[in-house]
Every structure is written in C-alpha cells, then in structure tokens.
Design a protein around this ligand. Structure first.
Ligand SMILES: [Zn+2]
Length: 198
C-alpha cells in the first residue's frame, strides 16, 4: 500500500485477514484506529489478547470456556440427560438460539478419511464416558458426507438399546453448515428430530 506509513499498513493488512473484511473496509478500520483515543485501542488490544490467552476448552463438553467447566455444563438448570453432539463450539451458539435446554458435546471435527481425520481425532472417548449417564443423544452434524459418516459411526459405537440416538430432521440444506440455517428451520429440525436405529 503506497503512501501510508508501514505501521498503519500493517494494521490494515491484519484487518483484511478477518473474514468478510475486504481491502476497503480494512482501510477504513485502520484509519479509525488511527483516529481513536489511545484508551479505546488499548482496551481492544487487551480484549483480543484475553480471548487468546484466557479461553480454553471445557473439561466436560469441549466447548470454549474460561473455566474448567463451561457455563452450560456448570448450569444446574440444564437437562444433563440429553446431549447434543456438534462439530464445533460455534454450533452451540446457533443451537442455543433455538431454546434447547440439554447439554452438548463438541467433537472438534467430522470424520473425513480423505482429509486424514479419523475417529481418534474426534472427542469420542469422552463422549463414550458421558453416554453412560445420558438418556438421549442428538446428533447435530451437518447434512454432508462427513456429517453423515460421523453420525453413522457414533450410531455404530454406541449401544442404542441403552440410549436413544436421534438426528436433526432433514430440511437442513444438503452439504451446508448449520450456520446457514435460519433459526426457525433449526428449531423445527430439533423438535422433529428422528430416532436412529442400529
Ligand atoms: Zn461444557
């Protein structure tokens, strides 16, 4: 970027790496930083560092958390008997908007042999432990090849006689991630979840 001091160019380049931020917006944000009060920028810089340094994963469900247990796992009003299995912590945020009151288990990915992601790469051991004290597992993986393969695998390793396994109802876009599903559709697909049988 010609004509701009290197320090400002660096800030603009950093912003342009953010999702959804084009060059023009990055430029505007950079100039905004320059004009802002030092305290405001110090607060922003500290908040960014805190996100990186203070957030870990929940010991129980692998959601993001600042504590050993995330807010959902430590909330005694949640229904611990129902566990919703998701790919990433960001899925929890989406499902929470539907009013779901059970708990979660984050797999940390989906099975994808082509990408070299096998069962050992997912949080399945801890899931097997938790299943012992649950009555229903809701598999909320995407309606994609990987999402289907993962659901099938979980269904295979868990004894369906001792626990009910359900999957989000169809109506979710095929191949699409949950984040592209509107709230009403997601709520409906949880309410109308279908039982899987082995
Ligand atoms: Zn948790």
């Amino acid at each position: 970027m010609s004509g701009l001091p290197p320090t400002l160019t660096k800030v603009i380049e950093s912003f342009s790496k953010f999702p959804g931020i084009g060059k023009k917006t990055a430029h505007r944000l950079g100039l905004y930083v320059l004009k802002s009060h030092s305290t405001e920028i110090e607060e922003l810089a500290q908040a960014l560092l805190d996100v990186k340094n203070k957030i870990r994963t929940c010991n129980n469900c692998h959601n993001i958390s600042e504590m050993e247990l995330c807010e959902i796992c430590s909330d005694d009003k949640r229904d611990n008997l129902i566990i919703c299995i998701c790919e990433e912590p960001s899925d929890i945020y989406l499902i929470e908007k539907t009013g779901y009151s059970g708990v979660y288990h984050v797999l940390g990915g989906l099975l994808s042999p082509l990408d070299g992601i096998g069962p050992d790469d997912l949080h399945l051991d801890s899931l097997m432990e938790r299943v012992k004290s649950a009555s229903e597992l809701i598999i909320a993986t995407d309606a994609s090849v990987e999402g289907d393969a993962t659901a099938l695998y979980i269904q295979k390793i868990i004894d369906t006689k001792s626990i009910k396994i359900t999957r989000l109802a169809r109506g979710l876009p095929v191949g699409g991630h949950l984040e592209y599903v509107d709230e009403a559709t997601l709520t409906r697909s949880i309410d109308e979840r279908v039982e899987l049988h082995s």
